[in-house]
Design a protein around this ligand. Structure first.
Ligand code: GLU
Length: 495
């Protein structure tokens, strides 16, 4: 049985790296008819927040990375909400609700002598750190509480001195594990420290809670970022000391920004939420994320719905870092937008158009008209947020671009052209792209002026700008009354 998990710590946004880890786990589960589990690792009492949980769930849902087991959510227009219920037989799926289990395992390990109480204070540790620094050796807890006598231990316990629980790391030998991306790995035990498994607050550390949960949730494969590679030998030692089967690992390559350093805020948007609000489509984002560290043998770039889940495998995940390429992501978004059928594109754009405040529920244009307007500029949309910007003049009075006014409307003859076209277009029946175009061309020919000398002022007069959709279709779409009104207003602009 394949069981994999995405185990975010709710201390911030869902980042590109986290979303990629979630996606790879999801795809691996789907491809192998396995189970995809969402576990919230909220044992960092200081940094974990419910807002972060909400944001992460929202991001996963937006990317349609639906989990089979984990917190159950409800979605409405304002976002996702936890219902307080969970799906799956291996819960709770919030670590802070699993503390009894961690306590039980810690007690067992303590009675077996596999972990020990450490009473070292922050000052003790600081002096060990300074000592290591002076001797130019890597800092490692020196194990001074390993062999505290029973008496000393009892004394400290009786006086209520705070303590942590540390793992008794073997001093010799090595720890090996299997990694489907990096191959077989081995770490010298004497380089590993007696790491803390329970903090003085009684709350387990990540390394401990993670191992207990991966065991009890029957996780078969641990797929996560390679920033966790240094934790893995410690976790493997814990599995072994508990006599538990060690899962198979797959550590995903890190993601670098354009300057070759690890992708971070400095490189621009790094959270899924930001990409959503910039106007990316979730399917473009998924497709892009899938190729961050994975590829097919023939380097396929665009995947039809469901195709990633059929093709994804860990064998084709690369060990070398993946470079985040914002241009490629944008290209993918354009490709996906162009691939959307008109009704679907409209559905996706509606929140953006509504958000722009062009209309209210009573004045909303019919969908048929919106679809027709949207079609006019379909080739130009890179982001969903471009749509209201490119189409605003269909829904509100044009905002005149001062340069266009200066260059086009104030040009010689422009006022005359517009005055004449006002009369021409006023008489035109039917008012269609074809009839408007014939009329404008005939007028230019009669007056022996260039077509542009008619077309350009018309465009600026009705849209406020020099660039836009095909002129005559745009004029037809605006409609005769609006067009005549706009030409009149343009003629009255201060010169
Ligand atoms: N909570 C850890 C993180 O967010 C999960 C690491 C793991 O997958 O084991 O980095």
């Amino acid at each position: 049985m394949i069981r994999v998990r995405f185990a975010p710590s709710p201390t911030g946004h869902l980042h590109i790296g986290g979303a990629r880890t979630a996606l790879f786990n999801f795809l691996f589960a789907r491809r192998n008819r396995g189970t995809f589990i969402l576990r919230i690792e909220d044992t960092d009492e200081v940094r974990s927040t419910p807002e972060s949980v909400g944001g992460i769930l929202e991001g996963l849902r937006w990317l349609e990375l639906d989990w089979d087991e984990g917190p159950e959510i409800e979605a409405d227009g304002s976002g996702v909400k936890l219902t307080g219920r969970e799906n799956g037989d291996f819960g709770p799926y919030f670590q802070m609700e699993r503390q009894d289990l961690y306590r039980k395992i810690a007690t067992q390990l303590l009675s077996e002598g596999k972990i020990y109480r450490c009473y070292c204070t922050a000052e003790d540790l600081e002096s060990m750190r300074r000592h290591a620094q002076l001797s130019r050796i890597p800092f490692k807890y020196d194990g001074r509480c390993r062999e505290l006598s029973e008496d000393a231990m009892r004394g400290k316990a009786a006086s209520g001195e705070p303590h942590v629980l540390r793992f008794r790391m073997p001093q010799e030998g090595a720890t090996q594990f299997k990694d489907l991306i990096h191959g077989d790995l081995s770490f010298e035990n004497n380089l590993l420290d007696d790491f803390i498994i329970v903090k003085s607050s009684g709350i387990p550390t990540y390394n401990f809670a993670c191992v207990v949960d991966d065991h009890f949730m029957k996780i078969s494969h641990i797929i996560r970022g390679d920033d966790h590679l240094s934790n893995t030998p410690r976790q493997v030692r814990l599995f072994l000391s508990l006599g538990w089967e060690v899962p198979i690992f797959a550590h995903l390559s890190m993601i670098l920004g354009p300057d070759g350093s690890r992708l971070s805020k400095r490189h621009g948007a790094t959270s899924v939420e930001e990409y959503k609000s910039l106007g990316y489509l979730p399917e473009a984002m998924r497709n892009y994320l899938a190729l961050l560290g994975w590829s097919t043998s023939d380097s396929q770039q665009i995947f039809a719905p469901g195709e990633l889940a059929q093709k994804f495998d860990l064998e084709h995940c690369q060990k070398n870092p993946a470079a985040f390429d914002a241009q490629k992501l944008l290209w993918m978004n354009v490709t996906y937008i162009r691939g959307l059928a008109d009704p679907e594109l409209l559905e996706r754009s509606l929140p953006w158009l509504e958000g722009a405040g062009f209309w209210n529920s009573k004045t909303a244009p019919p969908k048929e008209r919106l679809r027709a307007i949207m079609r006019l500029e379909k080739e130009k949309y890179r982001l969903l947020s471009d749509i209201p910007k490119l189409l605003d003049f269909f829904f509100q009075e044009p905002k005149f671009d001062p340069q266009a006014v200066e260059k086009v409307l104030n040009a010689e003859n422009a006022s005359q052209v517009l005055t004449d076209m006002l009369a021409e277009l006023g008489k035109l029946d039917p008012f269609t792209a074809k009839s408007i175009e014939e009329n404008a061309r005939r007028y230019a020919a009669d007056k022996k002026i260039k077509n542009g000398a008619v077309f350009h002022p018309l465009r600026v007069a009705v849209s406020g700008r020099t660039q836009g959709p095909s002129l005559f279709e745009m004029i037809e779409m605006l409609g005769q009354t609006v067009v005549l009104g706009r030409i009149r207003s343009a003629l009255q602009l201060p010169r």
